[in-house]
Design a protein around this ligand. Sequence first.
Ligand code: SAM
Length: 280
Amino acid sequence: MSLLGAAAIRELAAALDLKPSKSLGQNFVIDSNICTKIVRIAGVTQDDIALEIGPGLGSLTLALLESAASVIAVEIDHRLATALPLTISRYSEHPENLTVIHADALSLEELHIQPTVLVANLPYNVSVPVLLHLLERFPTLRSGVVMVQAEVADRLAGNPGTKEYGVPSLKAAWWAEVKAAGSVSRSVFWPVPNVDSKLVAFTRRASPGDESLRRKCFAIIDAAFAQRRKMLRSALSSLYGSSAAAEEILIRAGIDPTLRGEALEISSFYSIALSEPDNV
Ligand code: SAM
């Protein structure tokens, strides 16, 4: 088995006459060390079924095939999805361990085998919705490491009271414990992106409630941050009909109605949802 370096990536791209698409976030990793590092941080073992979103030309896929029992790779670009099995059979000793699915990750509803770990260099323009969608649809995903735009990584791993803290931090926190896992130099990509990248690691937590509680929590989070400078009683007034109604629910939940959403942990959002009257 060998991994893909800059020369191999350029050769594969030239053979496909590939012009990397900005709208699909196509920045390919040309440094195999970073792929090995991502797989190591993710703690992938021979017991794992790895899910990779956006395998592209296969850099990370090859590194994953060295450690996981099998890899499911979901790629939206038809040319890349078609070329990947050929690349993998050329470079990997275990091409049979790879399943390629040509699909939009946002529409992925079912898989024939259940993945245990998510490892991906995510397309930057859809990284948060893809991550949240996968955490919701595939409860067997117990952990993962994803590479995302640095600003997005800071938001996903943000703490209460900071400017990075907001909707992505809270929605991700419903599903998992999320933490920063290091920065990645722009020079490991082709083409070189005009944003910085970071790694984010997550570990799924026990679900705090059922689907109905999750939907309520997510609606409250969206309302609380729609105008993040507003106090909660006013930010939640349209959701609950008036600021008096919002204030009553907040007091019942044991939360000061003059606080802003950015002061609250995810557990406070559960308390608000559980304090709603039945008819909301
Ligand atoms: N994993 C490769 C690497 O590290 O070199 C490529 C990563 S590149 C940042 C993102 C990849 O995601 C591209 O191959 C792109 O075609 C694919 N992609 C973009 N949007 C997607 C979507 N909605 N579903 C699945 N794949 C997508």
